[in-house]
Ligand binder design. Structure first.
Ligand SMILES: Cc1cc2nc3c(=O)[nH]c(=O)nc-3n(C[C@H](O)[C@H](O)[C@H](O)COP(=O)(O)OP(=O)(O)OC[C@H]3O[C@@H](n4cnc5c(N)ncnc54)[C@H](O)[C@@H]3O)c2cc1C
Length: 492
């Protein structure tokens, strides 16, 4: 019997684990080399003072993609973790005495919409109808395309679909055809912020995100988001994948146009095929000799990155009744904040921010009677993040948070840790300290994204949030599956 080809996957984030599992399932021998002591990449977890903190993602959207992922291997998410649907899905805070709980379910949301703008409940259904179509075509067809050739998109049906997808119209003008109330517009534009660009620069196609959020719901895996990683690691190991932690890769050596050796500080690993799930720019610019890079520095420096984040993980010694599980503080002008992220990158004057309190749903993530808080301030990439700056924002956020909850939080903090650009760089080799990869602008969509195969090294592939289909947990899972299919087509 022929020897199984050996694939080295660099990085045990969602994309690397997904690619590794799929490749092992297809009969390859797979070794994952991960820099950190824990799998999960940006979705790692840490415990301190009795609290369990998810370090990155907190929104579980598109449950169908997770079903598809585990379904590929004859499994279901419920084989590994228990999902609960959040209701309200989230709260939007417009001011200290002014908040809207966004209920789960379209019917309930219609009532909220009608209350804010007469006629908006019917228009919400119209909006969701077109968004459902975009979700169907976008998530069930487009994101599964490896986007290596324009010809992949050259069927008449697909071209018709592209036109109906509104790729050339901005989300901002699209949503204004349905609603005019400022708050409704903010509610509808909020999911777009996940894509790392302003609604003006995001194609209207991404109203599929509203469909995902409103019609499919906001979910939470009991135990926290890292439960997904644990499930994926278990499945990968069941398939025979070997995951080697604490092994940062320092070089990929190319011989006669093929990547043959992956070198770590602990030793070298021979490979027939290499799939890089670490940040694309890091692999391309730091692990390969210049002759083999897919893109030069000019290319990378001209990319529009999604924002970075300043994060605070807080353990509070009491419950905070006024908070929901997800809380969006839209109590300042988004235009100004967006300008300071995208147009003139700088630390923001009055940022919007987000507070997650998973202990509202999950008693396991905080000691009894206490609250686990995760605070995220979206900020421009490439900023210096000294302690004084972080502290300034801590105080700013606390002022607004305390004004809203009507009680002191600062006095009850028994655990505090901050995390920003320099941590993203140190932990993940994140280009410019980015949190969510490349922004999903029209010029960085599908074949216009960094390609998933190296042009000069015949057995080197890329996966993860900087290549197709893009940032977010569901797209990263898809990215791994798509690249595994491409590897199998060429080397299976
Ligand atoms: C704060 C934050 C909040 C987010 N919120 C959400 C959310 O609510 N919902 C959602 O869907 N998405 C969210 N995202 C986005 C989502 O987490 C990412 O898109 C996804 O985790 C990216 O997965 P990945 O596998 O592409 O990359 P990563 O998770 O970064 O994995 C890459 C891996 O490669 C490793 N690596 C890097 N260099 C090397 C090297 N030289 N050698 C070996 N290994 C290396 C890294 O350590 C890492 O483990 C959030 C992200 C962040 C940061």
């Amino acid at each position: 019997m022929a020897r199984a080809k050996h694939v080295i996957v660099i990085g045990a984030g969602f994309a690397g684990l997904s690619a590794a599992t799929s490749l092992a399932d297809k009969g390859f021998r797979v070794t994952v080399l991960e820099k950190n002591a824990q799998a999960g990449g940006r979705a790692r977890v840490f415990q301190d003072s009795g609290f369990t903190f998810d370090m990155g993602p907190s929104w579980y959207w598109m449950p169908d993609v997770f079903e598809t992922y585990f379904g590929r291997f004859g499994k279901k998410p419920s084989d590994y973790y228990q999902l609960v649907r959040l209701d309200p899905s989230y709260a939007v805070i417009f001011g200290a005495d002014d908040a809207v709980n966004v209920p789960a379910g379209v019917d309930n949301l219609q009532a909220v919409f009608e209350n804010m703008e007469p006629g908006a409940s019917r228009r919400l259904l119209d909006f969701l109808k077109q968004a459902a179509y975009k979700y169907e075509v976008g998530i069930n067809q487009f994101v599964w395309k490896p986007s290596r050739r324009v010809s992949e998109f050259m069927s008449l049906k697909l071209l018709q679909d592209v036109l109906r997808l509104d790729v050339f119209q901005s989300f901002s003008s699209h949503v204004r055809k349905y609603f005019s109330n400022e708050r409704l517009l903010q509610l509808m534009e909020f999911p777009i912020l996940f894509l790392g660009a302003t609604p003006e620069n995001t194609p209207a196609m991404y109203s599929l995100m509203n469909y995902a959020e409103i019609s499919m719901g906001t979910w939470y895996p009991m135990g926290g988001m890292h439960e997904i990683v644990k499930a994926m690691v278990k499945l990968a190991e069941e398939k025979g994948v070997e995951i080697v932690l604490n092994h940062p890769v320092k070089q990929i050596t190319v011989t006669n146009g093929s990547a043959r050796t992956v070198e770590t500080y602990q030793g070298a690993f021979e490979a027939d095929i290499v799939v890089a799930g670490a940040d694309y720019q890091h692999v391309d610019s730091k692990l390969l000799a210049p002759d083999y890079r897919n893109y030069d520095d000019r290319y990378w420096n001209s990319r529009v990155m999604a924002p970075s984040s300043l994060l605070f993980y807080l353990g509070i010694d009491r419950r905070v009744p006024r908070l929901q599980h997800h809380n969006l503080f839209f109590d300042e002008d988004f235009g100004q904040h967006a300008f300071e992220i995208y147009e003139k990158p700088q630390w923001p004057t009055k940022p919007l921010f987000y507070v997650s309190a998973p202990s509202k749903t999950d008693p396991g993530v905080a000691p009894a009677g206490m609250e686990n808080l995760f605070i995220l301030i979206p900020v421009a990439p490439d900023l210096n993040d000294p302690e004084e700056t972080r502290e300034r924002y801590y105080e700013l956020v606390m002022d607004r948070l305390e004004a809203y909850v009507g009680e002191s939080i600062r006095d009850h903090v028994i655990f505090k840790r901050s995390y920003a650009h320099s941590n993203f760089i140190a932990d993940y080799h994140a280009f410019r300290g980015n949190a969510y990869g490349l922004a999903n602008t029209l010029r960085q969509t599908a074949i216009l994204k960094p390609g998933l195969k190296n042009k000069r090294v015949n057995n080197l592939f890329y996966t993860g949030q900087l290549t197709v289909p893009g940032p977010g947990v569901p797209p990263s899972l898809i990215s791994g599956l798509v690249v595994a299919d491409e590897v199998a087509k060429e080397f299976g």
